[in-house]
Design a binder for this molecule. Structure first.
Ligand SMILES: NC(N)=O
Length: 678
């Protein structure tokens, strides 16, 4: 057995210790929000954060839940395999979906202002059968994403510390389960923020190490020289001149297509992204998603341009962990390029930083998945089919049970995947094959009044059947047999993914016009009502009307909100289409077509742009949310100070009314304004 850079004690310490630390932090945050910001944990608050979250926090939550283990590990693997194009294909092929989702987020808020989950919207329009079909695709998505988090995260923990993979699969979720259960979606917005900041700091540290301070690398110019040598030692088949320094990469381009398709599925079918749109205040959903998408782009791009290329540049150097051998392909697929580069550059320090980085990526994305699954079970299954009269307390109880149950099931499932040899890289290529046939019908549910029941209900399973056939037939034809290796190759995955995303382009119009268009009037979506939290409010002696997100809006207020959303929807369509074209066509295609091989100067410029972009991301999702929340933070810190110095205790039973500026004022017990609408 190869010696690991860190001992098992460090592995257990970080995985379990950090988990509990975050859980404690979350319990404290929830306590503070309740005691000083008067936030009552109603079922509405648990799953929608009162629909009041601002754009900076929405952006940081989007970035943190979209930053999976794969974002760092798989992107570095494609950089190692295809060179400079890999990080770009990964980043652009997964940014556009977040940006395009901004359009859907606005439509969701316009069409169904009181929805808790996207599935409720499906049910409101199409009824129970379609609802169940999309529930299954939604759960498949959550299962796939969580499997990738745990398989990738546990492989890294094992490779760096020797902790057994099965133990890592079960231990990684413990802290996140605890803090998600205590905090609900509002609390996860706050931990997401903390996770994102840590991830950005570590990635910038890696980039400065590779491109400025490391003895064996230390500058873009040195890395360029070493990449030239690597291209000579083992030219890349299908790349222009066999070089690692070109965007013209045949296998890279195949990965690009697979990546685009799969990520459409994992955004548009993941209830978590709709949850964040629902939690955003109406005017904040669009800027939140656009800022989140643009900020996220730098993460895989710079992470992989640093770590994937550093791995290539260092593997002919004795500091490389497997020197004189190159990395084993199964380790590349398992996601071990980034940890290997970190150890080659920074030794034990690199290993600790990687553990921290991967822990943050796994847990923050996992908390979003846990909330998504628990809200599907609570609202879409339990409340809809089992107990329609469920009280707020019962709904919260159900949410908690599902958070725990899903985490345990996924830990067991991911351990099983490890034993049968299915890695994170395999799942990453597979995800589109399984779920992307639901993307188009899901989108059209909010965007096209004509899509009928038959098209919405039958397109996802029909598309899924076609994509499975395309995937497996291509694998059998190309590989002669069906094994993990033959089904995991690029061409079968490409066939399955493309059929999954595009076959609905035939099924939806065919079924719609064969059985007659629906001509939907959008009324049933508007009629979705909020959960009944009167029992929780009464127990806490709080007027439910005064809890954020629970207040009934006047008709004039609702009309004003609809006007704003309509304006945002016009802007969103144009802006998102332009940005998508820029990321998928205008930027990469001329570089692909020309087969340009990066000069030293161009490569230096490329790296500098990556670093500057990362600084802009740090501003958007690191500093901006602090600025937006400054009034609330100052108020809370003031209240804490007054409380602990004994000068004023916070009110126990706030009775609150609306202030003119949207703030809320206590009228009994405490004379001072204590709460602002977030
Ligand atoms: N979220 C992704 N695709 O890294």
């Amino acid at each position: 057995m190869v010696a690991t850079p860190l001992g098992q004690d460090v592995g257990y310490g970080i995985v379990v210790g950090l988990g509990f630390l975050f859980a404690l932090g979350m319990i404290l945050t929830t306590f503070v929000l309740k005691r000083y910001n008067y936030e009552l944990q109603t079922s509405e608050m648990f799953s929608t954060a009162g629909r009041t979250v601002k754009s900076g926090l929405v952006a940081s939550a989007v970035v943190s839940s979209w930053t999976w283990a794969a974002t760092l590990l798989q992107s570095s693997a494609v950089a190692y395999s295809y060179g400079v194009s890999g990080p770009f294909w990964y980043a652009s092929g997964a940014t556009v979906q977040i940006i395009l989702f901004a359009t859907i987020a606005i439509e969701l808020k316009r069409r169904a202002p009181n929805a808790h989950t996207f599935l409720e919207v499906i049910k409101a329009r199409y009824g129970a059968v379609t609802h169940i079909v999309f529930m299954i695709f939604g759960l498949f998505t959550n299962i796939l994403v969580t499997s990738m988090l745990l398989t990738g995260g546990s492989a890294v923990v094992t490779s760096l510390t020797g902790v057994h993979t099965a133990a890592a699969c079960f231990l990684l979720p413990i802290g996140v389960v605890l803090y998600t259960m205590f905090g609900g979606i509002k609390a996860t917005f706050l931990t997401d923020y903390a996770h994102t900041v840590v991830i950005l700091v570590i990635l910038l540290m890696f980039a400065f190490t590779a491109y400025a301070t490391n003895d064996n690398l230390g500058s873009p110019s040195k890395v360029w020289d070493l990449l030239q040598e690597a291209s000579k030692r083992h030219p890349v088949e299908g790349n222009a001149g066999g070089s690692y320094l070109t965007m013209r990469s045949k296998e890279g381009a195949i990965f690009f297509v697979i990546n685009i398709v799969g990520n459409f599925g994992t955004v548009f079918c993941d209830n978590g992204y709709y949850n964040k749109a629902i939690a955003a205040s109406p005017v904040d959903a669009l800027p939140g998603y656009i800022m989140g998408g643009l900020s996220w782009f730098a993460i895989p791009w710079l992470a992989a341009t640093t770590m994937g290329l550093a791995c290539l540049a260092l593997e002919n150097n004795p500091v490389f962990p497997t020197y004189p051998n190159r990395m084993n392909p199964s380790d590349v697929s398992a996601g071990l390029v980034l940890p290997t580069a970190a150890v080659a550059m920074l030794g034990k320090g690199g290993a600790v930083a990687t553990l921290l980085l991967v822990f943050m990526a796994v847990t923050s994305a996992m908390s979003a998945e846990l909330i998504a699954v628990s809200s599907i079970f609570t609202y879409d299954f339990y409340q809809t089919y089992i107990n329609p009269k469920a009280t707020g307390k019962q709904l919260i109880g159900m949410s908690h049970v599902m958070v725990v149950a899903f985490a345990v099931a996924m830990a067991a499932w991911s351990t099983g995947l490890y034993y049968i040899g299915i890695s994170m890289g395999y799942l990453y290529l597979l995800m589109g094959v399984i779920i992307s046939s639901a993307v188009l019908p899901a989108t059209l549910t909010l965007m096209w009044s004509k899509q009928n029941w038959y098209a919405a209900t039958f397109t996802p399973p029909l598309g899924f059947a076609c994509s499975l056939i395309a995937w497996l037939v291509t694998a059998k034809k190309q590989g002669g047999e069906l094994t993990v290796a033959t089904t995991g190759a690029n061409n079968p995955m490409l066939a399955g993914n493309v059929v999954a995303l595009l076959s609905p382009l035939i099924f939806v119009p065919l079924l719609t016009y064969a059985f007659g268009p629906q001509n939907y009037d959008w009324v049933s979506m508007k009629q979705i009502r909020k959960g009944d939290d009167h029992d929780l409010a009464a127990a806490a002696h709080v007027d439910l009307e005064l809890v954020p997100g629970e207040r009934t809006h006047s008709i004039t207020e609702e009309q004003a909100e609809q006007d704003k959303l309509y304006k945002a929807s016009r802007i969103a369509r144009w802006m998102t289409v332009f940005m998508t074209l820029a990321f998928l066509v205008l930027w990469p295609m001329p570089m692909y077509g020309s087969g340009y091989i990066f000069s030293k100067k161009f490569f230096t410029g490329w790296v500098v742009v990556g670093m500057l972009w990362m600084f802009c991301s740090a501003f958007c999702v690191g500093l901006y949310p602090l600025w937006e929340g400054r009034h609330t933070s100052v108020k809370i810190f003031k209240s804490i100070y007054l409380d602990i110095t004994g000068r004023r205790k916070p009110s126990r039973a706030p009775v609150i009314t609306d202030g003119k500026d949207g703030s809320v004022t206590l009228t009994e017990g405490v004379s001072e304004k204590v709460m602002e609408k977030q």
